[in-house]
Ligand binder design. Structure first.
Ligand code: AMP
Length: 171
């Protein structure tokens, strides 16, 4: 099933000049929703992973059902001060300013094979930060998986050395 037509372009959101890729039409359609999870599972299962790490917040929407379907655990990676236990943090650059991601210290185990899931690859800064956190805990990043990739922003180059895969690519 081709999922391109379920992604809605919203110009000038959240600020002028940005074309936001809205996944809610895909989530709303039961066949497209099921296809998105099945297609992610098919690709991630090839990477032979022990765990899914999902990036807040849209990475949770896809990461949890994939983990359930593959019979493995899920670990949330969150914005600062949301996780209750001991955390590791990494700060990363946004187009304007900085942001931070956090993970529990026991969120991944050393030597585990981890797939990191997010809804969209733009410049790759968010996913790069996620890989640094996972590797900092001694785990192996088996792959970075997305529903949508904005190819013109060259996020893959920022993730050089990591296996990257996306269901829907916009050149
Ligand atoms: P980046 O770090 O530049 O790769 O940005 C990826 C993160 O920002 C993802 O978590 C996306 O949900 C969000 N994001 C960035 N650009 C867009 C966009 N054009 N449409 C929807 N989400 C976006």
């Amino acid at each position: 099933m081709d999922l391109h037509s379920y992604i809605r372009d919203v110009p000038d959101f959240p600020k002028p000049g940005i074309v936001f890729k809205d996944i809610t039409p895909m989530l709303s359609d039961p066949h497209a929703l099921r296809a998105s999870i099945d297609q992610l599972c098919e690709r991630i299962s090839r990477a032979k992973v022990d765990r899914i790490v999902g990036i807040e917040s849209r990475g949770f929407i896809f990461g949890v059902p994939v983990a359930v379907q593959l019979g493995i655990g899920f670990t949330p990676m969150r914005k600062p001060k949301k996780l209750p236990w001991k955390t590791r943090s990494v700060e990363y650059d946004l187009e304007y300013g900085k942001d931070t991601l956090e993970i529990h210290e026991d969120g991944v185990r050393a030597d585990e094979n981890v797939a990191i899931v997010d809804d969209l690859l733009a410049t790759g800064g968010t996913m790069k930060a996620a890989t640094v956190l996972v590797q900092g805990l001694g785990a192996h990043v088996a792959g970075c998986f997305f529903v949508v990739e904005l190819g013109f922003l060259a996020g893959r180059e920022r993730l050089a050395g990591h296996h990257c895969d996306a269901l829907i690519k916009f050149a």
